[in-house]
Design a protein around this ligand. Structure first.
Ligand code: NAD
Length: 252
């Protein structure tokens, strides 16, 4: 079965909750060993514990992906423990909301440090291991905001950083494929997370729903088969691709 990931070694950044957590479960259920990486160690430990209860081999690691020493430490730890890295899911990302004219330099830098610098550091550190072994799958989390400007929020720094994720993915994806390393990204639409259920967000959710041909928000389960596919040999002829999963929202 070309979608199985047995004996493969994977990590997922930002997998202490949300989309990353769902990715970690999906990769583990497909057979991979999974390093759960998050800024907050307790969150990573809780998810690693969930995986272990399912019989999935996992470890929890704390790292701030925007720090080169943290990224190198997690890569070294995974290689020391499991011998290599076959699947790198660079998913950690943050989103801040202010009008463009009020976006502070601090907000701009923080967004880019996590969403783009962090992704560069992870792709490079994991990529070196993969280029050495002549095989690897890198899957970055971009966003539908890489393609459109979701209405009504503008989110200047976030949107620009996610467009950067797509171009980074295209560049690495074409540069490394002849050495066995595929680099692709997933662009989710608006995902139904606990955050979205707060009363003050309900008017916004109503607004979003009107923009989605599928007439509902995405669920993390809508994204799980995609991560397994892009991590597996079934997608070996795909590289530099942005797999958009948004219920048609980017087309309206
Ligand atoms: P989330 O906020 O629920 O979870 C993100 C996790 O990343 C948290 O556990 C957090 O502790 C961790 N994290 C934050 N900064 C980090 C850092 N510097 N280093 C390591 N870990 C860090 O987010 P989510 O909704 O699961 O989103 C995951 C990814 O998907 C992000 O890149 C986000 O931009 C993208 N995305 C989300 C949506 C959505 O609607 N939720 C839509 C499109 C794209």
């Amino acid at each position: 079965d070309r979608l199985r990931l047995d004996d493969k070694v994977a990590y997922v950044t930002g997998s202490g909750q949300g989309i990353g957590r769902a990715f970690a479960h999906a990769l583990g259920e497909a057979g991979a060993k999974v390093a759960v990486v998050d800024l907050i160690l307790e969150k990573a430990e809780a998810v690693a514990c969930e995986l272990s209860l399912k019989g999935i081999k996992s470890i929890a690691l704390a790292a701030d992906v925007s720090k080169p020493e943290d990224v190198q430490r997690i890569v070294d730890t995974i290689v020391a423990r499991w011998g290599t890295i076959d699947i790198a899911c660079n998913n950690a990302g943050i989103n801040m909301n202010s009008a463009s004219e009020d976006t502070s330099l601090e907000e701009w830098d923080k967004t880019f440090n996590v969403n783009l610098r962090g992704l560069f550091l992870c792709c490079q550190a994991a990529g070196r291991i993969m280029l050495n072994q002549g095989y690897g799958k890198i899957i970055n989390t971009a966003s539908m905001a890489s393609l459109i400007v979701p209405h009504p929020q503008k989110q200047l720094a976030y949107n620009a950083s996610k467009a950067g994720v797509v171009k980074l993915t295209q560049t690495l994806g074409t540069e490394w494929i002849d050495r066995g390393v595929r680099v692709n990204c997933i662009s989710p639409g608006i995902v139904d997370t606990p955050l979205i259920h707060s009363p003050e967000l309900q008017p916004l959710v109503q607004h979003w729903l009107e923009d989605i041909p599928a007439a509902r928000l995405a669920r993390v389960t809508d994204l799980q088969a995609a991560i397994v596919y892009l991590a597996s040999e079934a997608s070996d002829y795909m590289t530099g691709h942005n797999l958009v999963i948004e219920g048609g929202q980017s087309l309206w």
